[in-house]
Design a protein around this ligand. Structure first.
Ligand SMILES: Nc1ncnc2c1ncn2[C@@H]1O[C@H](COP(=O)(O)OP(=O)(O)OP(=O)(O)O)[C@@H](O)[C@H]1O
Length: 266
């Protein structure tokens, strides 16, 4: 089935994020062992593999929460291998977590606005010297936050505390928070985990809508139906290595992938 038939945008092809010969050792364990791949502008790229394959470690490396033992990570051609997470966010890298933790007593609006405040924090002195501009920026941020809550189908709950949200709605809120920083690429960690079937459809639909607006995704997911429906391409990791790459249907037929999943289940 072609991408146009599934409603997925065709990826134009420029590299947004590149991982080159990434190695991460924890003591004697090679959690990630010489992994290289490119994420192309506009695509939804899946990252799958059995438990312990190294997927979360790869996300931690890409986001900058842990340093690589060796190898290079580039964002839009710039070497960010040794940059702190905050700098990478500034360069357009967003990340969601498998279990989002919004501040439960703040409203959804406040939670989304907090993401914007972290962005402008670096300009604190300039803001202090120009209060009119601060007020205008605050209004613009409020409008953007509300538009994003609308995009994520949460605007009716904008002034409710985040604690009222279900697990799936928290994932939508997390996406709104990440979008506040205008990411070029979002690393999505298991958006389907713990989400009921109805909300899962909503989350998939929203990911496709955000992707249609030109935002690239790298997606860790165990839900193969979701991977098949969303992803243009899929990378498969096992034992810290990249063992297969292709469409969801092609990797599902790859004997190395079948072996890795059966081995993991044994
Ligand atoms: N901080 C750490 N210290 C030591 N070992 C670690 C650390 N983080 C991960 N590992 C090990 O690295 C390997 C890869 O783990 P990782 O969490 O990246 O796998 P995964 O593919 O995300 O698995 P899952 O699908 O279960 O989340 C595992 O053997 C894990 O135990």
């Amino acid at each position: 089935m072609s991408s146009s038939e599934t409603g997925k945008a065709e990826p134009p092809g420029a590299t947004v994020l590149s991982a080159r010969n990434i190695v991460k050792r924890f003591g004697g364990l090679h959690a990630v062992n010489d992994v290289s791949f490119d994420v192309r502008k506009g695509e939804i790229l899946g990252l799958i593999g059995p438990n312990g394959a190294g997927k979360t470690t790869m996300f931690d490396l890409l986001a900058g929460s842990i340093p690589p033992t060796s190898g290079k990570i580039e964002l839009a051609g710039i070497d960010v291998s040794h940059e702190i997470p905050h700098r990478r966010i500034g360069r357009g890298l967003g990340r969601t977590f498998q279990i989002p933790r919004p501040l439960p007593n703040l409203t959804l609006m406040e939670n989304v606005m907090l993401a914007a405040q972290r962005q402008t924090g670096e300009r604190l002195l300039a803001n202090f010297l120009n209060p009119l501009r601060v007020a205008a920026e605050e209004r613009a941020a409020e409008k953007k936050a509300m538009d994003l809550l609308d995009l994520l189908l949460l605007s009716h709950l904008a002034h409710e505390p985040a604690r009222v949200l279900s697990g799936g709605q928290r994932k939508l809120l997390e996406l709104a928070r990440v979008m506040m920083a205008d990411p070029a690429i979002i690393l999505l960690d298991e958006p389907a985990a713990g989400v009921n079937a109805t909300l899962l459809e909503v989350i998939m639909d929203r990911i496709l809508e955000i992707n249609a607006r030109g935002i690239t995704f790298l997606l860790i997911e165990h839900n193969i139906d979701m991977v098949t429906r969303l992803c243009h391409r899929v990378l498969v990791m096992a034992g810290g290595q990249l063992i297969s790459e292709g469409t969801a249907n092609a990797v599902a037929r790859d004997p190395r992938v079948i072996e890795a999943y059966l081995g993991g289940a044994a």
